[in-house]
Structure formats: structure tokens, C-alpha cells
Design a protein. Structure first.
Length: 554
């Protein structure tokens, strides 16, 4: 069957090809459970185009992309394509867009986490720093990261992520490599603040960028793989550190070369990113890429499959800035607040053990090389559990259910950790702390959850930053839970146990919060006649997740 895109509307005689049968399901948009248990294979040459608001003449005009939307010229409500075409295109997007997004995240983590490897090389002692100075440095990093989140998103929305993200990477890498010349407490605190400030906003910027290419059911899994680069960074940097930290030259410690060499690596990534981040699906042509990455047919499929999945993605141009009113309305969106609260609290139970993993291993008597290599088991465990919980989220079709796994995982291990004392065998401590720091990382699920529940580009742009700001606020909190005056962290671990228990309650309340809103809206919508529903769609001033037909994910 030949499915051709049509630029003109069908006449009374000529009608568009039929849409996909929902009973068959979509390879990309079906739930993970459906993919596993579906008995019949899909004919790859059958129609893949999903039903949407563009199939009804009334809602077509309500949601028609405006002329200023950068992809409007590829919008066609009558476009049809096959499963084979879509699968091939998604693989191409994964290769062209997703892989480099992971490389950029690798650069971020390389520069923000190598201080853990530096700690194994007498970093604190060389600069005459205490544990509390280290805590302060982490706090300043998180605080500046938090401060920069929203301004970074505003700049990115105005100039485009394809310009701003490479600029961010280039700037922070210069500060990161300058740590080679650290001399005292003040220079340490200054560089931590600057790195955090320049890195702030990177993650929501990239998440927004990826949403230009992926549907709402594809994005959560892509974000899970995006965060896999986080774990790959830890593994690679552990081996890099093992070699680089031995490069002592006179009074120049190995940690100085660590900052210098890894900073140069991320600088190369930043400069390359200017050439590997096109502005959007239909804007891949450039002077150095005259043919672009995608054909006209592929651009039509990309644009229409994204808009059929979420028509609100045409609300704004990818170079359109946000007004103060838009920002304020997004902040006041109380429907997003439960996710913001979870942003603060969900990582606190496992944050301190992870932050102090290498220092804890050194204090147990392991050497610098052993301490770096002993982080690999927890990293491997974390990578596996990250992917398992992300796929679990799709399998059970529940964000709350998947995210609760982290708290249930951590609670018994924290109780065991608090029972330990100075006489505890080092390998017993290592086993428990490895399991704690190998926790299921549910942050990607919550990032996609916040994006999904935002309901519009305007809200999504702001909510991504606000959510990440709350995450950084939580990191500031857990950076100060373990204190120098707390023997073997008895008090600190008790606090973690209490917060972990509270998180379980918060997740359950969030589940009922969103379910009750959806049920109330469903009742209101079903009470309306078809004409009343059409009148609402045509005249309502509700935006994004305020709209009566919008349903929250939970």
C-alpha cells in the first residue's frame, strides 16, 4: 500500500487513507504490557497513523498549528505512513539526536562528579578543607544550579537549545579545567558555584529539545536511556581516574590533572555540539550540512506523528521567548505542585550515602584505586534498576507505582546502615552501602511525568525548570544531613529513615490527587452534549492542563 502525504484537503470523492486500528496498537505508543503480550504481529506495511483531534473538522481548526510554528509547512492532517516507515524514522532519530544528547549528558556528569574521584587523592587535605567545607562547596554548587535553572530555560527558549546548550557546555568546561589551579578554600568554593551556575538548566533544556522529536510514550524510555549516560560516566570516570590520578608531577597532585584533562574532554564535546544539534525536525540543513538529515517525507512523518500525539506542541515557535505572565501562570499551577514536592524529597534518603561513597570507602581503609573501582558495583546495579523501573512504569502504566520502588528499596537498607558502628566489618558496610547507592533512579520517570502533566509548551518549559529547581533544593538539604559531629552518621541515617517513610505516604496521596481530578473531569465532560463539548473546545480560554478534556498521568 502506498501512503502518500497530501498537501490539499480531500474532496467529497477523494478521502484520506484510513487511520490505524487502535485494536492493533502502535509500536511506539502502545504500553509495554501490550507489546509483550500481543499475540499477532503487526503488518509493517499497514497504516501507522494514529487517530487524533485532526480527524474531526471542528477540533482540526481548534488545534491547527499557527503560521509562526516552525514546522507548519510540514503539517498535513491527511498524511498517512506505514509502521515500517515510522520504525525506521524513530531509529534514525535515536541515532542522530538521542545518542549525542547522551554524549552531552556524559560531559555534564564528568565535570560535576569528578570531585568524588579527587576526594580519593587527598583533595581535601591538599587544600586544607574540612568535611563541612566540602558540604558548603556542594551546597553552593546546588544553590547556583538552582538559581540558574529558570534563567537558563528562558535564554534557551529565546535563542534555541541548539545554540544555548553547546554554549553552556563550553563555558562550564573552561571553569572545570581551571580547577587545575585551585589553591585554597575560596577558589574551591568559587569554582563550585560557577560550575553549578553554568550547568543549571542543561537537563530541562535537553528534555524540551528531545520533546520536539519524540511522542509522550516514547520520551520516558528515551529519558531512561538518557540517564544511562550518567552511570556510564561514573564507570568510565572511575577507570580514567585510576590512571590520571597517578600522574603526579612534583608538587602537582593527580587530582589537578584529573580536572584539567576531563575539562578538556568536555570542552571538545561543547564545541562539537554546535554542529550536531539542529534547531528542530525540519531545520537540519546548514552550510556544513547542505542536504540535512531528513527527507521531506521523513519531516512530514515526524511533524504529524508528534502533533497527533500532542497537538499542544505547536503552541510556540522554538525561538519564541516567554513572558512574565506565562512564567507566573506556570508557577501558580497548583496541579503540578505534588510533583514538585516529590522533586524535593524523593532523592533525600539515598543522596548522602551516594555523595560520601568514596570518602566512606577511604575511611574504611581502602586505597585510592580500590575506592574508585569499588564504586563500579553500585553503578552497575543503579544502571540496571534505572532501566527496570522505567520499563516497569510503562508495563504497569503507573508513574507512582514505579517511583515508589526507590523508597521501598531504600528503607530496609537505611535501617541496616543505622545499626552499624565503628566495629562493623568493612565488607558488611560495603555491601549495604553498595545496595543503597545502587538504588532505582526514578528521576527520569518524574521528569517525563512533569512534562506529560504540563499540557503545553509554555507550561512544560517552566515546569521543567521548576521541577529541577526543587530537585536541587532537595540536594542542598541532603548535602548537609551528614555532619562532622555525627559519629558514624547515626543521627543522619535516622533522618533519612523518617524522610523515606514520609515519601511513601506522599506518593500515595499524589496518586489519589490526580485520580480524583481525572474522575471529576470525566464526569463533567460526559454530562455535556456533543454540541456543548464542541462549543467548549471552540470558546474555552483554558490552557494546557486546565482544559476539561486533559487527563493527568499518575
Amino acid at each position: 500500500m502506498d501512503f502518500k502525504s497530501r498537501s490539499d484537503s480531500p474532496t467529497a470523492v477523494e478521502k484520506p487513507f484510513p487511520l490505524d486500528d487502535h485494536c492493533k496498537g502502535h509500536q511506539a505508543s502502545r504500553s509495554f504490557r501490550q507489546k509483550i503480550f500481543q499475540k499477532h504481529r503487526i503488518d509493517l506495511d499497514s497504516v501507522a497513523t494514529q487517530p487524533s483531534v485532526f480527524d474531526d473538522p471542528v477540533t482540526l481548526e481548534v488545534y491547527r498549528p499557527p503560521p509562526e510554528y516552525e514546522n507548519t509547512h510540514r503539517f498535513d492532517p491527511d498524511a498517512r505512513w506505514t509502521w515500517r516507515e515510522e520504525k525506521k524514522l524513530v531509529r534514525k532519530i535515536d541515532f542522530r539526536i538521542m545518542i549525542w544528547a547522551g554524549v552531552m549528558f556524559f560531559a555534564l556528569d564528568l565535570d560535576r562528579t569528578n570531585i568524588s574521584q579527587a576526594n580519593t587523592d587527598n583533595f581535601l587535605q591538599d587544600l586544607h578543607l574540612t568535611t563541612n567545607d566540602f558540604n558548603l562547596g556542594n551546597t553552593l554548587y546546588r544553590l547556583s544550579f538552582l538559581i540558574a535553572e529558570l534563567p537558563s530555560q528562558l535564554i534557551s527558549k529565546r535563542v534555541g537549545p541548539d545554540v544555548w546548550v553547546p554554549t553552556q557546555i563550553t563555558l562550564w568546561s573552561l571553569v572545570a579545567l581551571s580547577q587545575y589551579w585551585l589553591s585554597d578554600r575560596r577558589s574551591f568554593l568559587a569554582t563550585r558555584f560557577l560550575i553549578g551556575f553554568l550547568e543549571g538548566g542543561f537537563i530541562p533544556d535537553v528534555v524540551l529539545y528531545l520533546s520536539y522529536y519524540y511522542t509522550k510514550t516514547e520520551l520516558p524510555i528515551r529519558l531512561a536511556w538518557f540517564w544511562v549516560s550518567n552511570y556510564i560516566t561514573v564507570m568510565v570516570s572511575a577507570f580514567l581516574a585510576t590512571g590520571i590520578l597517578s600522574l603526579r608531577s612534583g608538587d602537582r597532585a593527580g587530582w589537578r590533572y584529573l580536572f584539567l584533562i576531563e575539562g578538556l574532554i568536555t570542552l571538545a564535546v561543547g564545541m562539537t555540539s554546535y554542529f550536531l544539534m539542529p534547531p528542530g525536525p525540519t531545520q537540519t540543513k546548514a552550510w556544513f550540512r547542505p542536504k540535512g538529515w531528513f527527507t521531506e517525507r521523513e519531516e512530514i512523518i515526524m511533524v504529524n506523528r508528534i502533533l497527533r500525539d500532542d497537538p499542544t506542541k505547536s503552541d510556540m515557535h522554538n525561538r519564541e521567548g516567554l513572558t512574565i505572565g506565562m512564567i507566573w501562570n506556570a508557577i501558580c499551577d497548583w496541579r503540578m505542585w505534588p510533583i514538585y514536592v516529590l522533586g524535593i524529597t524523593h532523592m533525600i534518603p539515598v543522596g548522602p550515602p551516594q555523595t560520601y561513597l568514596t570518602l566512606s570507602l577511604r575511611s574504611l581503609g581502602f586505597t585510592t584505586t580500590q575506592s574508585n573501582l569499588l564504586t563500579l558495583p553500585s553503578t552497575t546495579c543503579g544502571l540496571i534498576t534505572l532501566l527496570l523501573t522505567s520499563y516497569l512504569s510503562e508495563f504497569v502504566h503507573s508513574r507512582v507505582g514505579a517511583c515508589l520502588v526507590l523508597q521501598i528499596w531504600a528503607l530496609p537498607l537505611l535501617i541496616a546502615l543505622r545499626s552499624f558502628g565503628r566495629s562493623t566489618n568493612q565488607w558488611d558496610y560495603f555491601a549495604v552501602v553498595t545496595l543503597i547507592t545502587g538504588f532505582p533512579y526514578v528521576h527520569p520517570i518524574q521528569v517525563a511525568w512533569a512534562s506529560r502533566n504540563s499540557g503545553s509548551v509554555r507550561t512544560r518549559t517552566i515546569s521543567a525548570s521548576i521541577y529541577n529547581m526543587f530537585v536541587q533544593a532537595g540536594a542542598i538539604i541532603f548535602a548537609n544531613i551528614y555532619r562532622a559531629d555525627d559519629a558514624v552518621n547515626k543521627r543522619g541515617n535516622l533522618i533519612l529513615i523518617i524522610i523515606c517513610s514520609a515519601n511513601i505516604v506522599i506518593y500515595i496521596l499524589t496518586y489519589f490527587f490526580y485520580r480524583s481530578i481525572n474522575r471529576h473531569r470525566e464526569q463533567q465532560w460526559n454530562k455535556m452534549s456533543v454540541k456543548e463539548q464542541e462549543a467548549y473546545l471552540e470558546t474555552t480560554k483554558d490552557l494546557g492542563n486546565e482544559r476539561l478534556e486533559f487527563r493527568f498521568a499518575y
